[in-house]
Design a protein around this ligand. Structure first.
Ligand code: GLN
Length: 307
């Protein structure tokens, strides 16, 4: 297992990278994050946990919620139905891009890791009301992170709702195409809330461990089939870092999902879960320090799944 002193060295060596990025400011509330925060938590399948840097600072899940809701939708609706409404292909566009919804060959969002695809996935979660649907999402994330105290950051949620007009336009477009049934604002409410759930790098590492164990909790309980966990990890690998996924696959080679709150959820299948936090982002919306940290660790320990 990795030594704490080594991880602390990795954080210190890569901290300068935080200066080179920018915290997200298009959602009110995200802009107040401390650009210099950088932290990591790693948990292996024996349960050993190592943390370094700002691993206990809270931030919002944002897009890291996407593979999680996807697993719940797959449980609720099955693979065939889910992928009849959302694709499995990298889009090559920014996470919030709208253009391929109309011009793309597929006539559906390219994949569930971009905003349009994730909103589509939200519309598939079972529940009598939007509140019940979100409660199921929150309970699912509580279960797989082993953290019963997770909750929505209300300020960020309000900010997402007030400023989320681009997401709103995509959702209405999807409704127009017959890909969303029911009330669009209700679907968006689930999406905005899931993005606003507050976590730490430690929570992310626990979720990563759950995926590393193929959908099984630390107590041995199976929550999703191995196949569903594999779908989530595969889409994280091919699309999880948006239009930076290809470069990340070469430089790091670990299935990962980023969010504009600065988190990265990483999984080394069968081995460990990793949570990284650094709110200073690169031009594609990925944690700039977080990627640098993962790169150093992956190179040092030959963690790329392609090695
Ligand atoms: N809530 C954010 C949005 O919809 C999530 C995007 C992200 O983390 N990349 O724009």
């Amino acid at each position: 297992m990795l030594m704490k002193s080594f991880l602390e060295g990795v954080i210190n060596r890569n901290k300068y990278m935080c200066e080179l990025g920018k915290v997200a400011d298009y959602i009110p509330g995200l802009s107040t994050a401390n650009k210099n925060h950088l932290g990591i938590c790693i948990i292996d399948t024996s349960g050993e946990i190592v943390i370094a840097g700002d691993a206990d600072v809270k931030f919002t899940l944002q897009s890291i919620s996407k593979p999680l809701t996807l697993m719940l939708a797959l449980l609720d609706q099955g693979e065939k139905y889910v992928f009849s409404k959302v694709g499995m292909e990298p889009s090559g566009d920014a996470f919030n891009s709208i253009r391929k919804l109309e011009t793309g060959r597929m006539r559906k969002p390219f994949n569930p890791m971009i905003n349009a695809g994730a909103i589509e996935v939200c519309s598939m979660i079972k529940g009598k009301s939007s509140a019940e649907k979100f409660e199921r999402v929150l309970n699912f994330i509580k279960l797989i992170s082993g953290n019963n105290n997770l909750k929505v950051n209300e300020d960020i949620y309000k900010g997402e709702k007030e400023t989320g007009n681009k997401n709103r336009s995509m959702a209405y477009f999807l409704k127009g195409e017959g890909l969303i049934s029911g009330d669009v604002e209700d679907v968006l409410d689930v999406y905005f809330k899931q993005c606003s759930i507050e976590v730490t790098a430690i929570d992310l590492a626990k979720i990563g461990l759950f995926l590393a164990r193929g959908g099984v909790l630390e107590n041995g309980d199976r929550v999703v089939s191995e196949h569903i966990a594999t779908i989530a990890k595969t889409l994280m690998m091919t699309c999880g870092m948006y239009d930076g996924s290809g470069e990340f696959a070469i430089k790091v080679g670990i299935p990962s999902k980023s969010g504009v709150g600065g988190g990265i959820l990483s999984v080394i299948p069968g081995k460990m879960g990793i949570g990284v936090f650094g709110p200073s982002l690169d031009l594609k919306g990925n944690s700039i320090g977080g990627i640098a940290v993962l790169e150093e660790i992956a190179e040092n320990f030959k963690f790329s799944i392609f090695n």
